[in-house]
Design a protein around this ligand. Structure first.
Ligand code: BF8
Ligand code: SF4
Length: 626
């Protein structure tokens, strides 16, 4: 296999070459030797009970049913629902972790953290009807905590952030009973209803997994984003370097890879601790070099300009440099395969969250009441490893500067000139046609497709057609490595978009942060609706979404909450569903045509994907008469 067929990331290629020489195996190798199961890929199997597992025939979907009689539509809808439940659980549990920290901060139990962004606190509180005038931040924060706890624990009613959505979008949700009560209840009910012998109507299941997904997008993910902004600061544009070249041979290199910003924030404090810097120098290093990977890396680069070393499919490859003195992880997207690679290069792999131990990794529990205890200890471990480096080090030279940290608040500010301004200039540019529409391109990388390639080709095609692109997660890092998160990339955009970019001095591709920060896109869409001229609901907007190289269940949850919010969303790689079935028709047509929401699309081809998204944007423009 030619390594250039596996990834367009030069640094990853270089490290995969070295891995071959070193006899080290990665997920790329395993994806080649282990072909995907064709029955599972179509979601034509069920193991929800022990009369099975049952296999249906995707080529003749209605020719057979499971032992219990379950049809292909029931089986696919249940499998899809469980992916949504799992993905939503991941984001909402992350959000709950942030909310737990927020509560401890408000109560004064976590003295090393504080409310950093009072303006954001007030804005978020106001957005759900909490009085802020003449009150102390502590008072407002306590009320906000109590309100947001309902996102999780509420048994009846509507989760608080649902009221931020456009009125018409809310009405559609209410009509189909889709507004989440509390995420714990929705996820529990979803698991119940997909148990053997319960909900066996794909349409009814679609309503519940939409509600479950909305409990993620307008619930758990949004809580994660907003509370993180309040505690750690709302991102503003910042120039940051990405790619493996951010490692420094003469420094102690610490990588943090995961999702929750709290431990990473504390790590940032630890690496700046004078005694630890001195210890690193005593060990012969010039200093301590902290870099991020994956989503917590994306948050830290947006908020603090911490360099980013790469996305999901580069986490094993970067260990092959031999230059990583510690890889610190928390939760989600952490391949168990890292253990072996880390072992080969003598890199400590350190888990920190009680939810995520990995056999063969060392666990150092992170505790928010004494955060630096854990992070200091990990830095010391990294320094020790630096001292005992005994193998040749090879760091790929690639480094790409880009601008990151475009919160929806900042987009507002950038285009409108004031934090309390409006989205009027964006809407105006859409209405006058300079900007054709807005596309969210997000999600993972996946060894079943050429790493970064689908992301990059898709985004280039979109901006060439005057579609402004907003990004999060591993996709944002793919484009940053390709150099598109710079104002200079405006020349790759069509004439209208490049004119807007040049006037404002912004890149044609805006990086919004991590995967939970997809909630920023929901709010940006809402602002566009509320500003006027582009319809009454999110479903009216000339926007589309894509996750061209997705791999996780979280991506399915995100896709479903965008669809249920009114956005046409196209996935690549593979779609876990059999074509020409009733459930397929539900997701790919009926949700839009009959329920007035968004719908799904699928193609692995980036050019076709761009074409589908642009056609949808044009359809919405036409309906708006613009
Ligand atoms: O939440 S984009 S590979 S790192 S799942 Fe994971 Fe996918 Fe990356 Fe972040 Ni999102
Ligand atoms: Fe088979 Fe039905 Fe059991 Fe699923 S629930 S494994 S289709 S018998």
């Amino acid at each position: 296999v030619n390594l250039r067929d596996l990834t367009i990331c030069d640094a990853t290629v270089q490290m995969l070459e070295k891995a071959r020489r070193d006899g080290v195996e990665t997920a790329f190798d395993r994806a080649i030797s282990m072909k995907a199961c064709p029955i599972g890929a179509d979601s034509a199997c069920c193991k929800h009970c022990f009369m099975g597992p049952c296999r249906l025939n995707a080529k003749d979907p209605y020719g057979k049913v499971g032992v219990c009689g379950a049809t292909i539509d029931t089986i696919m809808a249940r499998n899809f629902a469980r992916a949504v439940a799992s993905g939503s659980a991941a984001h909402t549990d992350h959000g709950m972790g942030m909310l737990d920290l927020f509560r401890e901060v408000v109560k004064g139990h976590a003295p090393e953290y504080r409310i950093k962004d009072v303006q954001k606190l007030e804005q978020v509180a106001q957005s759900i009807g909490i009085e802020v005038e003449g009150r102390t931040p502590e008072d407002i924060a306590m009320d906000l905590y109590k309100e947001l706890e309902r996102t999780y624990t509420q048994v009846e009613g509507e989760i608080p952030f649902a009221q931020r959505a456009p009125k018409k979008t809310q009405e559609t949700w209410r009509k189909y009973d889709m507004i989440p009560r509390g995420s714990m209840r929705e996820i529990m009910e979803m698991m119940h209803r997909t148990h053997m012998g319960v909900d066996q109507d794909f349409e009814n299941l679609t309503k519940q997994f939409s509600r479950t997904a909305l409990a993620d997008g307008w619930g758990g993910s949004m809580v994660a984003t907003e509370i993180s902004d309040i505690l750690f600061g709302t991102p503003k544009p910042v120039a940051v370097e990405v790619n493996m070249g951010v490692l420094k041979e003469d420094h102690v290199n610490v990588i943090v890879h995961g999702h929750e910003p709290n431990m990473f924030e504390s790590m940032l404090v630890s690496v700046n601790e004078p005694t630890l810097i001195q210890a690193a120098k005593d060990a012969g290093a010039k200093g301590i070099n902290l870099v991020g990977m994956c989503c917590s890396g994306a948050e830290m680069m947006s908020r603090h300009g911490v360099p980013h070393a790469g996305n999901f499919m580069s986490t094993e490859a970067i260990l092959v440099t031999g230059a990583v003195d510690a890889m610190v992880v928390d939760v989600q997207c952490i391949k168990q395969g890292l253990v072996k690679v880390a072992e080969c290069y003598g890199t400590p792999l350190l888990t920190t969250n009680y939810r995520c131990h990995i056999e063969g990794a060392q666990h150092i529990q992170f505790n928010e009441t004494k955060p630096s205890e854990c992070t200091d200890e990990m830095v010391i471990k990294a320094i020790t490893r630096f001292k005992s480096r005994n193998k040749p080090i090879e760091i790929p030279k690639m480094r790409n500067m880009g601008i990151h940290g475009f919160s929806h608040e900042y987009i507002n500010y950038m285009l409108g000139g004031s934090f309390r301004g409006s989205y009027t200039p964006l809407n105006d540019n859409i209405i006058n046609g300079r900007i054709r529409g807005v596309a969210g391109v997000v999600g993972c990388t996946n060894p079943r497709v050429k790493q970064d390639w689908v992301h990059v080709e898709l985004v280039k095609e979109l901006i060439r057609n005057d579609v402004l692109v907003v990004q999060t997660g591993c996709s944002q890092v793919a484009l940053a490595k390709a150099g598109l998160l710079t104002p200079e990339a405006a020349h790759l955009a069509g004439p209208g978009l490049s004119e807007v970019c040049e006037t404002v001095g912004m890149p044609p591709v805006l990086g919004l942060g991590s995967c939970v920060d997809n909630s920023r896109i929901l709010i940006a869409c809402t602002e566009m609706v509320k500003t006027g001229g582009l319809g009454d609901s999110i479903a009216d907007l000339p926007v589309a979404g894509a996750a061209p190289e997705y791999m996780s269940e979280k991506a399915i949850a995100i896709g479903q909450y965008f669809v249920a919010s009114g956005v046409y969303t196209v996935f690549g790689v593979t779609f876990p569903i059999v074509k020409d079935t009733k459930f397929h028709d539900m997701l790919f047509r009926r949700m839009e045509e009959e329920w007035g929401l968004g719908k799904w699309g699928f193609t692995p081809d980036p050019y076709e994907m761009a074409r589908l998204m642009i056609a949808h944007i044009d359809k919405k423009r036409k309906a708006l008469g613009i």
